[in-house]
Design a protein. Structure first.
Ligand code: CFN
Ligand code: HCA
Length: 529
């Protein structure tokens, strides 16, 4: 009986039928490895997913340091989000920095009954008096949508009253099925009201945007360090350690690099459509991933000097980390991992684990869409037709020899007909037969799969971390990096390898007894007796 069947067998028939579609025993199923994703969680199941507000305010907007972000809703929505995501930002001369703050309208029952617009206006006035920001964002949480406060009208009022930029985001938590809807809402407003407003001069023809990089634990800084060393100009990072001015100028870059496709593909595509700036998928997680990515970017610009400089930097960076990486690999080779996080990281971190000889036995996303699991159709490299106005963009994975391309529509259609087609992305293509791909893995399933598969490490979030650790399995958080990082790029790979090695080799695990070894699960008592 496969692990999937063992877990599913414990469900009633309705839940069984639903969850079966979200579980793939790779290479051993009748469904050609297809998976159901981006659909509603069954009410009552303890999902690890977050909400639309988390995806909009927490993920995409949160790292913008000089926008004062007011959460319009009950205080709990803000408190939980306060400082937990570790998107780092540096103080910049002349740029406000509100990252350490948490602004909320603290909605109470009377506001729900009589409407909360008045209180929102008061909060804006208070924020203006105390901080004098040049930009305010308003983000709604669930009750606001239910009672119908018009936050967009309030934003207009604030713009007229104070001469600032004020953008409202109707990102009530209940919208959509996960954080994913919130990413989309944030992307749309940023495109509509921010990108394109800047006229900052771009000095370098190798100018790029770094999209889908939120600088968790300093990842964006390490990525930018490498890019700048080679000679690129990073115009805007979305949105790690970013300012409004950076984002306003994003349209001036020559290429957009997309690290996390899930949360930002909308902006990448909209910038391309509106300004003709092409984009390519990249991955700065893992040493091989980073090298493949750097080579691909250099090739895109088709400049001999840049290609040469890229190879020099790669050789130098490798020289600095290879002894450490070899040592950690000798300690980790042959270990197994399970990874369950929100989106793209469950895929990207498999590259870094492979660098260290660690195989992933189970992986999944809280809110990935089917293209993250199954990959997307793309065309192989064709020399770009730079003069063509009628462009079509195609993206690729860093480790393949396929390139972003843009070419006339008719040309594209012809290639499609000839079936010169390939795939990019897709968790499934990087996981061998006999491993497991699980969508929206819930609390119960986490415990069950860990019991059956016994991985050496479970990469998770805060909610599921301690479930694993209490049963004697190391867990590292792949969202927040447990106060560590950066994990991206060359130096980040060493940090990651060190943290995982320390975690696995600590003697602590031999002192932990899994509860199911001593107490029958359903008859365990609370309070210790
Ligand atoms: S930083 Fe990103 S990499 S943005 Fe996304 S899909 Fe979340 S907050 Mo948590 S760690 Fe996670 Fe990804 Fe992109 Fe982070 S895997 S769940 S919404 N995510
Ligand atoms: C979110 C943010 C989160 C939560 C992490 C976790 C993050 O989706 O609300 O559950 O540990 O990375 O901070 O994904």
């Amino acid at each position: 009986m496969s692990a999937v069947d063992k877990v599913l067998d414990q469900y009633n028939s309705r839940v069984y039928k639903n969850r079966k579609e979200h579980m793939v025993d790779i290479g051993n199923n009748e469904n050609d490895n297809q998976i159901a994703a981006n659909v509603r969680t069954i009410p009552g199941i303890i999902t690890q997913r977050g909400c639309c507000y988390a995806g909009c305010k927490g993920v995409v907007l949160g790292p913008i340091k000089d926008a004062l972000q007011i959460v319009h809703g009950p205080i709990g929505c803000s408190f939980y989000a306060w400082g937990t995501r570790r998107h780092k930002g540096k103080k910049e001369e002349g740029v406000d920095n509100y990252l350490q703050y948490c602004f909320s309208t603290d909605m109470q029952e009377p506001d729900i009954v009589f409407g909360g617009e008045k209180k929102l206006k008061q909060s804006i006035t208070e924020a203006m008096d105390l901080f004098h920001p040049s930009t305010i964002f308003i983000c709604s949480t669930c009750p606001v949508g239910l009672i119908g406060d018009d936050i967009h009208a309030v934003a207009k009022w604030a713009e007229n009253e104070y001469g600032i930029k004020c953008i409202a985001y109707s990102c009530e938590g209940y919208k959509g099925v996960s954080q994913s809807a919130g990413h989309h809402i944030a992307n749309n407003q940023i495109m509509r009201y921010v990108i394109g407003e800047g006229d900052r001069e771009v000095k370098n023809k190798f100018s790029v945007n770094l999209l889908g990089e939120y600088n968790i634990g300093g990842d964006g800084w390490e990525t930018e360090r490498i890019l700048k060393r080679i000679g690129y100009e990073v115009v805007a990072t979305f949105t790690g350690d970013s300012s409004m001015e950076d984002l306003k100028n994003a349209h001036r870059a020559n290429l957009s690099l997309v690290q996390c496709h899930r949360s930002i593909n909308y902006i990448a595509e909209m910038i391309e459509e509106k300004y003709g700036t092409p984009w390519m998928k990249v991955n700065f997680i893992g040493v091989k991933g980073t090298i493949g990515t750097l080579r691909k970017i250099a090739k895109f610009f088709q400049d001999e000097e840049l290609i040469k400089r890229t190879e020099e930097v790669i050789a130098d960076e490798l020289g600095l980390i290879q002894d450490d990486m070899a040592y950690y690999k000798s300690k980790l080779k042959g270990k197994t991992a399970a990874i369950y996080v929100g989106g793209s990281r469950a895929h990207h971190y498999q590259f870094l684990l492979h660098d260290l000889g660690v195989n992933t036995v189970l992986a999944g996303y809280e809110f990935g869409h089917r293209d993250e699991y199954e990959g997307r159709e793309v065309l192989p490299f064709v020399k770009p037709d730079a003069d063509s106005k009628n462009i079509e963009s195609i993206t690729v994975e860093p480790d393949t020899e396929k390139y972003h391309l843009y070419l006339p529509k008719e040309e594209l259609e012809k290639l499609k007909e000839e079936k010169v087609i390939d795939y990019y992305g897709g968790l499934v293509k990087d996981m061998p037969d006999g491993t497991f791909m699980i969508d929206d893995l819930n609390h119960f399933e986490t415990e069950e799969f860990l019991k059956i598969l016994k991985p050496d490490i479970f990469f998770s979030g805060i909610k599921d971390k301690f479930v694993a650790q209490k049963s004697g399995i190391l867990s590292r958080q792949l969202h927040s990096y447990d106060y560590s990082g950066p994990y991206a790029g060359f130096r980040g790979a060493v940090n990651f390898a060190r943290d995982v090695t320390m975690g696995i080799y600590t003697p602590a695990w031999s002192f932990v007894k899994a509860p199911w070894k001593t107490v029958p699960i359903l008859t365990g008592t609370f309070g210790g007796e």
